[in-house]
Design a protein around this ligand. Structure first.
Ligand code: TXA
Ligand code: MG
Length: 349
């Protein structure tokens, strides 16, 4: 579907499927979403079922118009309103106190709900035509990298959903920023398409949840339930390597040679700047390290490509956690299950 000129008849068909309790995978500017009528408990159950998603992980509710917001929440805090004015439609999910209209299954029993208005024209039209708020997690099997093309969605969910709308690649490439707007200053529960700098410019200040780079142990209780699960993981074992670039390259090259000797197929996710410095290995270019948005855009597709190539171990160069780079590093950290190797001047630590 042409994002700028969506076929209205087809969209109306998909909207009817949503209204009647079906599941529709649709494009957004961040990643593809797996949508159901948010006011229909049974339809929402279908989402958890299709993804294999743990029932204690709440869903984001998507709207097409700010007029849809008041009945879904108990109040819109003043800071939230300013953020809405600045960044909606766009990749910002605001967590607010839920109203009784929202079924408990969506929020996993929490008394708050995450709401966002996507900017992708196809998503907006679809939700507007459905005339209901749309609950939608990323359209991937739970635990796998999120989907940024219809081909990814088909790979994970073919046969499990009623409709898949293909509208090319998601341009942002990482999910929305999830922001707790019930507290002042607001807290970033999951970094994403809207950067901490962008939030604080409007909100005056912002906090970043300390658990973002926390480990996946059982005592770890993040405020965003989704952050406790291993996530975004390709089949391969992922390691992030951080340190001075020339040391990082040297370390990864050494690992590739060791693995080659053992017959282990190794991948490297490298920046445009360094990708030519690697010896025999499956090297994929992540983008320009000085423009983290280029790394975000292809991140999930690149992780999935390693799987298609049968890679068993992936070494990823660390990127600066600045701007949208914070979201990139958060997703990589989760994909790696926290395996971060720090090469200081002297060597591995
Ligand atoms: O960009 C996105 O946000 C995409 C597209 C489809 O809109 N959606 C998405 O949904 O990433 P999902 O379900 O994959 O991730 C939602 C995240 C989870 O980490 C969840 O725990 C958190 O948002 N979340 C949802 N409701 C919450 C709430 N009430 N309080 C705290 N965290 C919440
Ligand atoms: Mg997800």
């Amino acid at each position: 579907m042409d994002r700028n000129n969506p076929d209205r008849d087809k969209l109306r068909f998909a909207a009817d499927v949503l209204r009647s309790g079906g599941l529709v995978a649709f494009p957004t500017e961040t990643v593809y979403g797996l949508g159901a009528n948010a006011l229909d408990e049974k339809a929402v159950y279908g989402i958890f079922n299709a993804k294999g998603r743990p029932s204690d992980n709440p869903l984001i509710v998507h709207i097409a118009d700010t007029g849809d917001l008041p009945r879904l929440v108990r109040e819109v805090p003043e800071t939230a309103q300013r953020l809405i004015d600045a960044y909606w439609p766009g990749p910002l999910t605001l967590v607010m106190k839920k109203s009784d209209v929202i079924p408990p299954r969506i929020t996993a029993g929490l008394d708050t709900v995450g709401i966002r208005m996507p900017s992708h024209p196809v998503a907006r039209e679809l939700i507007a035509l459905a005339k209901v708020p749309v609950a939608a997690p990323s359209a991937n099997i739970s635990g796998k990298p999120s989907t940024t093309t219809a081909a990814h969605v088909i790979e994970d969910l073919a046969g499990k959903v009623d409709v898949i709308i293909d509208s090319g690649s998601s341009e942002v490439g990482v999910e929305s920023t999830v922001l707790d707007a019930t507290v002042d200053p607001p807290v970033i529960l999951r970094p994403g398409g809207i950067t901490p700098e962008q939030v604080s410019r409007v909100a005056g200040a912002v906090q970043v949840d300390a658990s973002l780079f926390g480990r996946n142990d059982e005592n770890f209780v993040p405020r965003s339930p989704g952050m406790k699960y291993t996530h975004y993981s390709p089949e391969a074992d992922v390691y992030i390597v951080d340190g001075p670039m020339e040391k990082v390259v040297e370390f990864i090259n050494r690992k590739c040679a060791e693995n080659a000797a053992k017959g282990i197929k190794t991948g490297v996710l490298a920046s445009e700047q360094t990708m030519r410095q690697y010896g025999p290995a499956t090297v994929i270019c992540a983008g320009d390290r000085n423009r983290p948005e280029t790394v975000a855009a292809g991140l999930f597709d690149n992780l999935r490509r390693f799987d298609h190539l049968g890679v068993q171990v992936i070494y990823v160069e660390a990127f600066d956690a600045k701007g949208i780079g914070l979201a990139v590093m958060n997703r990589l950290y989760r994909a790696a299950g926290g395996k971060l190797i720090n090469i200081s001047g002297g060597g591995e630590t």
